[in-house]
Design a binder for this molecule. Structure first.
Ligand code: TXA
Ligand code: MG
Length: 320
């Protein structure tokens, strides 16, 4: 097990020496290393078993630090940064050569964000380099929203886990690209499209569900538990055998017939923000329940963070 604690000085020292630290963010935990240290960056890819063609997000303390690593911040991108940083927004911008090709997998763009979690903000403010950090899970698996999740899967790959408690948003950041003329949402996440549109007007949402190079990590079967996950409409067509081996991840109401102890409600009151916060916990909990062989789930209302929840549900079911 990796050491877990709230010691920012220790985290800083490890990162300065090129080590890896799991950091809490408001979205999910990240597996962080010095973005300017090629060996640390290489170690991140290895620790996650992540293909080298899938670029990392760079975390900075503020927009001024971001400016050191991007060519230019277009007006609308700046408006979003002013409105939502620190927060669950990642901007995709043309990079300067102050960021190595290793971080961006050879692309001429960099994904950059200012996270909001207090410990990590303080840590970033104390460092004189940015942190490259993918979500702190093995490649393809569900992202961690608690320090314990990180320790379950990556403990031997890390020097320290900075424990910020449960992630408040619970879904990865929303990625908005300003690389071409029109802004585009490349990944739905913890900042709703509606909130973005209130600031810059309507945006195109181009979510990739393959190994498309525009968002290389958005593979179709991502964020997926090990057990098969199927949609309720598929389950409803099937003959109901071994009902005790079925688990259910539902929005606000239990399914009939399935044992309640095999079910996880995202939000009994039907709150999409609470549902977003609990989605990955729910998938993990059911994945780890030894009585369950198959997980049944269903879409939530497709608005606000519900769009991002539905995107993750789609990907979790894509493997099955
Ligand atoms: O909330 C988050 O964004 C979390 C926390 C830790 O900050 N990080 C996160 O990182 O979700 P990761 O590596 O799991 O997902 C980053 C996504 C991947 O799909 C990657 O392909 C995409 O961002 N990405 C990164 N740089 C890119 C680039 N230059 N062009 C296109 N996509 C990029
Ligand atoms: Mg990830």
């Amino acid at each position: 097990m990796a050491d877990v604690g709230q010691d920012i000085i220790r985290a800083k020292r490890i990162l300065e020496e090129g080590g890896l630290v799991a950091i809490p963010t408001e979205t999910v935990y990240g597996l962080a290393g010095n973005a300017l240290n090629d060996q640390a960056v290489t170690n991140i890819f290895e620790a996650k078993n992540r293909p080298s063609f899938d670029p990392l997000i760079v975390h900075v303390a503020n927009i001024f630090q971001a400016e050191q690593f991007v060519e230019d911040i277009p007006n609308e991108a700046r408006k979003l940064a002013e409105a939502f940083w620190p927060g669950p927004l990642t901007l995709l911008l043309k990079k300067k050569d102050t960021i190595s090709d290793l971080v961006t997998s050879g692309l001429d763009t960099v994904a950059i964000r200012v996270p909001a979690q207090t410990l990590t903000r303080n840590l970033l403010a104390s460092l004189d380099f940015p942190l490259a950090a993918p979500s702190a899970n093995p490649f393809g698996y569900v992202s961690p929203t608690k320090a314990a999740h990180v320790n379950e899967q990556l403990s031997d790959r890390l020097d320290y886990i900075l424990d910020g408690g449960d992630c408040e948003v619970g879904l990865e950041s929303t990625i908005v690209s300003f690389v071409s003329e029109q802004p585009k949402v490349l990944r739905l996440g913890g900042l709703s499209v509606e909130a973005i549109e209130q600031v810059i007007g309507s945006v195109e949402v181009t979510i990739h569900s393959s190994s498309s190079p525009a968002a290389p990590g958005m593979l179709k079967s991502h964020y997926a538990p090990r057990k098969p996950v199927i949609l309720k409409k598929v389950f409803d067509q099937e003959s109901k055998e071994n009902i005790d081996e079925i688990g259910a991840l539902m929005f606000n109401a239990y399914m009939d017939d399935i044992p309640v102890e095999n079910q996880f409600l995202l939000s009994a009151s039907g709150d999409l923000n609470v549902g977003a916060r609990r989605l990955f916990l729910g998938l993990r909990t059911l994945d780890q329940n030894e009585n369950i062989k198959v997980i049944v789930t269903d879409f939530v209302p497709n608005e606000g963070l519900g769009r991002a929840i539905n995107d993750r549900i789609k990907r979790a079911t894509a493997k099955s």
